[in-house]
Design a protein around this ligand. Sequence first.
Ligand code: A2H
Length: 255
Amino acid sequence: EAVNPQEYTALKLKVLEWAPKAAEAIKGKIPEGANVFLVPATLRPETMYGQTCCFVGPKLTYGLFKVDENNYFVITERAARNMAYQGIFAKEGSIEKAADIVGSDIVGTLVNAPLSLHKEGVRVLPMDTVLPTKGTGVVTSVPSDSPDDFATVTELAKKADYYGIQKEWAELEIFPIIETPSYGDLCAPFLVKKLKIASPKDTKQLEEAKELAYKEGFYQGILKVGDFKGEKVEIAKPKVRSQLIEAGEAFAYSE
Ligand code: A2H
């Protein structure tokens, strides 16, 4: 990892409505009317049209970090330190934490997901496999193109009561985003079925599915939606990224 720095796109998912426990945790800690964003790090900005939810690790602790007077990010402390040194916060090099929030308390929060075809917003849901040591600890879910994401939303819908969520939060429609010659236009569901992946715990098969989906999507994929519809993923990917950054809905983050 130290040898090959990873260049992510950090996406700003604005909170529209807090889950009750999260609302309690941040009460009085930030100015009235301030914007709060959950900020997932992704390597596939061209798939953001397909976001159906946003994952947090239910057992992880997140911070509410001040970006500037009116804006706050929900990310891990580790990511906040990295961002501070990358000049993402108004006060370069230092971090200011307004509150701590446990992932499970954020579950159920409604956020706006930039570019998502679900314009009404998407819900924050739990994902047990989120690593605290990677990205921001927040993962946006694109079940059409990410086998991990598809396996997790399938599991959540199957056992909604166990996970303490509303079933319909995990069942937003999965729209086709990228056409591929080998796996059709719903790459992740296709591969999850083909490799007989039954749950997010099938890590070995998921690793293989992830590899296949990434290669096929990146080198053979054609975008089916958005401003760059009809273009090859390889060509469209940096264009979608730039568009998001220029719109103020994303920024570059590396580690
Ligand atoms: B990707 P790399 Cl459509 N824990 O975004 C677990 N996974 C994490 C994470 C964390 N803390 N932080 C980021 N990720 C995920 C989209 C996507 C992604 C698609 C297809 C594949 C894919 C939508 N989810 O990743 O180890 C994020 O999911 C497959 C590699 O740094 C991020 O991009 O290479 C990717 O893993 C970063 O993983």
